[in-house]
Write a protein that binds this ligand. Structure first.
Ligand SMILES: C[S@@+](CC[C@H](N)C(=O)[O-])C[C@H]1O[C@@H](n2cnc3c(N)ncnc32)[C@H](O)[C@@H]1O
Length: 293
């Protein structure tokens, strides 16, 4: 199944594609595709031209730029200013609580009972590409519930990172519409969410005990990683679908270096390490364990 950056996203609306902007020419599209690839690893194939045009039209209008050439020039002169908006416009942040539920069953049933693997006192989990926070909060629920059976006094923490500052702002806010909680059992909703009232009616706030377990940080997976140390488990799900073979190979190798022998890596349902890396065994549905070296 071809699941690329733009397919999970909303279709281009009439308003996006209408208006007075000229069409996105081949040369400018090539420039944008190269820029996006270099800065985020996301590959935009030639068939994405119409979608890119629809999605980015709004940016051109917001910046009051007359045409695509002007936008490319703007990108060349202000790459850091525009990167976030550009990548947010062309990628998707689609996520959900307990998405791919079998990963969370495996985390509570197999990974945590055998952890920590990195140190006797520390348990570290990384949600790499955490989007708007549903994934790390789901991990935090499992972790908080398992805490009683983990060694006493253990220091357990989740690092949650993403490229998109907008997605991270939502994640850090920890406030979700009630209809976003569909993947969560009633018992967990009662335990881990506070229902909003008044102006916040229809919303639910994540319990502060879960928030305390998570550190949110902006991080581009393609660039250097400032954090030190290893992780007992890494979740990098539905992120590498946008990357080409070389980028995936490089990333999997870097993940392997951040996991101890026996550490776990979780990928998304349509992602695979097959033919790209030899450091891991596939031990479940898109669940990988680092081999003993
Ligand atoms: C579809 S969401 C996946 C969210 C979550 N992991 C899940 O499976 O539900 C993909 C996320 O990857 C992030 N992303 C894409 N390229 C990235 C990069 N180079 N570095 C860090 N995050 C990236 C996007 O910003 C987006 O939030």
């Amino acid at each position: 199944m071809d699941r690329s950056a733009l397919q999970e996203s909303a279709p281009t609306t009439q308003a996006d594609s209408a208006g007075s902007l000229p069409g996105l020419g081949e040369k400018e599209f090539q420039f944008l595709a190269r820029f996006v690839y270099q800065h985020s690893g996301i590959v935009l194939g030639p068939h994405k031209r119409q979608l890119v045009q629809g999605r980015l039209g709004k940016r051109l209008r917001a910046l009051r730029l007359a045409d695509w050439r002007a936008y490319c020039e703007y990108l060349s002169t202000q790459p850091d200013d525009e990167l976030d908006a550009l990548v947010s416009a062309i990628s998707t942040n689609v996520t959900a609580f307990f998405r791919e539920a079998h990963h969370f069953d495996f985390l509570s049933g197999k990974v945590l009972p055998e952890s920590p693997t990195t140190s006797a006192q520390q348990l570290r989990i990384w949600s790499a590409g955490c989007s708007t926070g549903e994934e790390p909060y789901s991990i935090a629920m499992i972790l908080a519930e398992a805490m009683q059976s983990l060694p006493k006094g253990i220091d357990a923490k989740i690092l949650a990172t993403d490229l998109s500052p907008q997605a991270l702002a939502t994640a850090e806010g920890g406030l979700y519409r009630i209809d976003r909680l569909t993947g969560i059992s009633e018992e967990r909703r009662q335990r881990w969410f506070q229902r909003g009232t008044g102006a916040l009616a229809g919303m639910a706030r994540v319990h502060p005990r879960l928030c305390k377990l998570i550190t949110f940080r902006r991080l581009n997976l393609l660039k250097s990683w400032p954090m030190r140390g290893q992780f007992d488990a890494i979740f990098c799900r539905n992120v590498v679908i946008y990357f080409n073979k070389e980028t995936k190979q490089d990333l999997f190798q870097r993940f392997a270096a951040r996991l101890p022998d026996g550490g776990h890596l979780f990928l998304g349902h349509s992602e695979s390490m097959h033919g790209l890396n030899e450091d891991f065994d596939l031990i479940g549905r898109t669940i990988y364990r680092k081999k003993v070296s």
